[in-house]
Design a protein around this ligand. Structure first.
Ligand SMILES: *Cc1c(COP(=O)(O)O)cnc(C)c1O
Length: 448
């Protein structure tokens, strides 16, 4: 069977099949690269993979050529420990301008009082928020991992679970309007354990997360409220999800998921907490900031401020709903019965009791469909095996795919799962996938 990797290798950067099918043809047909043949060969292969297979990992996106260029800029050469106007090194006049620009745009985008654009990642943003708000051993309420929460929400293998006493909440039982955040449980637990902090936000939850009931519960028990908007920051920026800014005490998020910027994190908070948050990021947690990434964040925030970003955010959700409907007509059960955001969570058990998330992920990848296995609420299988699949629409929506393509993708997924292990059927699906992808190249597709 021609694997996806073989297929990629046989394709030149324009997506055409290379007549000789050799690596050299691919490498030199492109005319792009960094000039290091070994590095270029790998970059080229990855570039072809990204545009000849379907990118349905819910936490991924295609950043614009402007974001990619800023992230590859000369600002990587500069040390800038500290903050604009208060640096520990000389020569930061233009770095200060860049970081101030990023902060000004971000504050405007979300109507935030104070922002910090230095966290290297979403995990670092959470670590800084905890460092600012908690002492080791303090009690925190957060969504349990197997119900959709993130590693940094108290997993025992993560610093969060080792340093703080996390108490998990989850979702309601399956059924009509089920598998939603169980606010009765959140309130009961909050009254019982009196947490210092309540965390909202998730990594595999397909529904709107309303910050208002969390605020109410936090106020009742005298807790701080952190909203981790890592996945949905772009949906909030685009006005299709309720904003936690001005509701939560602290909002953390990544800049590379639905927000479509460079890989990184950011924090917003009230003036009252500004000093503590800034001190927690630097010198508390990090050294020199990645100013080239901060430049790329400034570009991405500028893009998200444009009216077209509202259309993009709305299209992400419309596409997720279309994908959900198509998957359901293929006989797949969706956790919570559908989606309000950019992702769907498939419970594979009713489709095929024997089919684990791991096997499904591998079957889809062989067919050129890239998604990840994921635990579902109450999953009997381990996080390495799982009974679920998580699929997101943010990246393919960026390429211009719409509801008709989502309907097609749902059918391709059904076909791929049913014909797993059948090499010729899988190869035929991979051809269909490549044909579809060729019509929707990601922005900056020819870049390494
Ligand atoms: C992705 C994610 C993070 C962490 O982001 P990284 O940049 O991968 O460290 C934190 N919280 C939630 C809810 C996430 O989904």
């Amino acid at each position: 069977m021609a694997t996806v990797m073989d297929r990629n290798r046989d394709m030149n950067p324009n997506g055409d099949m290379n007549r000789n099918g050799d690596d050299q043809g691919v490498r030199y047909a492109s005319g792009v690269g960094v000039g290091d043949p070994e590095v270029d060969a790998i970059l080229q292969s990855e570039s072809v993979r990204q545009r000849s297979t379907l990118q349905l990992i819910a936490s991924e996106n295609f950043a614009s050529p402007a974001v990619l260029a800023a992230a590859g800029s000369v600002l990587t050469n500069k040390y800038a420990e500290g903050y604009p106007g208060r640096r520990y090194y000389a020569g930061n006049r233009f770095v200060d301008q860049m970081e101030s620009l990023a902060k000004e745009r971000l504050a405007r985008l979300f109507g935030a009082e104070h922002v910090n654009v230095q966290p290297h990642s979403g995990s670092n943003a959470n670590a800084a928020a905890y460092l600012a708000l908690l002492e080791p051993g303090d009690t925190v309420l957060a969504m349990s991992l197997d119900q959709g929460g993130h590693l940094t929400h108290g997993s025992p293998v993560n610093f969060s679970g080792r340093l703080y006493d996390f108490v998990p909440y989850g979702v309601t039982a399956a059924g009509p309007d089920g598998e939603r955040i169980d606010f009765d449980q959140v309130a009961d637990l909050a009254r019982r354990v009196r947490p210092k902090l309540i965390v909202a936000g998730a990594t595999a939850y397909p529904r709107v997360i309303d910050p208002a009931p969390f605020r109410q519960i936090a106020d009742e028990v005298g807790a701080r409220f952190l909203f981790d908007a890592a996945h949905v920051a772009g949906l909030i920026a685009g006005g299709v999800h309720p904003s936690p800014f001005g509701v939560a005490d602290v909002v953390t998020f990544t800049t590379h998921k639905t927000l479509r910027g460079p890989r990184g994190g950011a924090i917003a908070c009230s003036e009252e907490l500004a000093k503590g948050i800034d001190k927690a990021v630097f010198p508390g947690l990090q050294g020199g900031p990645l100013e080239h990434v901060i430049a790329a964040k400034a570009v991405a925030f500028g893009e998200a401020l444009r009216p077209s970003f509202k259309q993009y955010a709305a299209a992400i959700v419309a596409n997720a709903k279309a994908l959900a409907a198509s998957l359901e007509s293929e006989g797949l059960r969706l956790v919570s019965g559908g989606t309000d955001n950019h992702l769907v969570l498939v419970d594979l058990r009713p489709f095929d009791e024997e089919l684990s998330g791991k096997v499904a992920q591998e079957a889809l990848e062989a067919a050129g469909i890239v998604a990840n296995r994921n635990q579902i609420p109450g999953d009997p299988r381990s996080p390495f095996v799982t009974s679920g699949l998580r699929l997101g629409t943010a990246a393919q929506t960026t390429t211009g795919m719409g509801e008709p393509e989502m309907e097609t993708i749902g059918r391709l997924i059904g076909r791929a799962l049913r014909s797993r292990g059948d090499e010729s059927a899988t190869s035929a699906i991979a051809d269909d996938v490549a044909g579809l992808c060729q019509k929707f190249p990601p922005p900056g597709a020819e870049r390494p």
